[in-house]
Design a protein around this ligand. Structure first.
Ligand code: PEP
Length: 253
């Protein structure tokens, strides 16, 4: 089945107001009327409003890098799903490896965040991926299965219609050590097959699975030409609008 390409730019904890707005303008100029691919940027929280202003009436959507799974209250430093909706976010990253491994988000918290995001109408990008030692121990699929099952348990295929999954091997994130197209395709095919078992064939065939981990303009075409890779989640290279645009256009290249 034909799945449309979806490419996200995770700006992580980079930039300041001026450079964030300049990057948003550059992305808009290059990709604001891009067809055939869905493009999302994930700026840091303080820049969501000015970046959303820059991207208004363009085809580039905006997302947040995280949320806290409560509606409101005494949660100092946290940001709720409805706050994100109120400033124009359509998307949210859930379970990014830096949240899991730097901030300690466990599978149960990731599951709560996913549930709340969807309940509030945010479209989630659920990130999953194994660490190097897990891959070396032959545990990649066990880890992916556990992360997927905990997050998606209790949600019907219909409820997950807006879900995007990002397969991001932890050893490839920010390291320059990109997975080979064959390694990535193997994991994506496994994920799709696993979802066929848990949520049915129609869902598994339709769900888009991004690859993330050191994607650049120069290596994107090989990855995005794989049959089960439907886009990319991009960190470092998303801070350069020309490289980010090259990734978005790589499927056609
Ligand atoms: C990411 O932040 O999700 C990511 C994949 O980062 P990088 O592209 O820098 O490896």
């Amino acid at each position: 089945m034909a799945r449309s390409v979806v490419v996200g730019g995770n700006w992580k904890m980079h930039l300041e107001l001026d450079s964030a707005v300049a990057l948003a303008s550059d992305v808009r100029n290059r990709l604001g009327s891009q067809r055939g691919a869905e493009v999302i940027v994930f700026p840091p929280f303080p820049f969501l409003v000015p970046v959303a202003e820059r991207l208004r009436e363009s085809r580039v959507a905006i997302g947040a890098q995280d949320l806290w799974p409560e509606a409101k209250g005494a949660f100092t430093g946290a940001v709720s799903a409805s706050m994100l909706r109120s400033v124009g976010c359509e998307w949210v990253l859930i379970g990014h490896s830096e949240r899991r491994h730097v901030f300690g988000d466990d599978d149960a918290l990731v599951a709560r965040k996913l549930t709340v995001a969807m309940a509030e109408g945010l479209k989630p990008v659920l990130c999953v991926g194994e660490r190097l030692e897990e891959r070396q121990a032959g545990r990649t699929f066990e880890v992916l299965g556990r992360q997927l099952d905990t997050a998606l348990a209790g949600h019907t295929a219909a409820a997950l219609a807006s879900l995007v999954i990002a397969y991001e091997p932890v050893w490839a994130i920010g390291t320059g050590q990109v997975a080979t197209p064959a390694q990535a395709q193997e994991a994506h095919a496994w994920i799709r097959d696993h979802l066929r078992g848990t949520h049915g064939a129609a869902f598994a065939d339709a769900v888009r699975i991004q690859y993330g981990g050191s994607v650049k303009g120069s290596n994107a075409a090989g990855l995005l030409s794989q049959p089960d890779i439907d886009g990319a989640l991009v960190g470092g290279a998303s801070l350069q609008a020309d490289d980010f645009a090259a990734i978005v256009r790589a499927r056609a290249a």
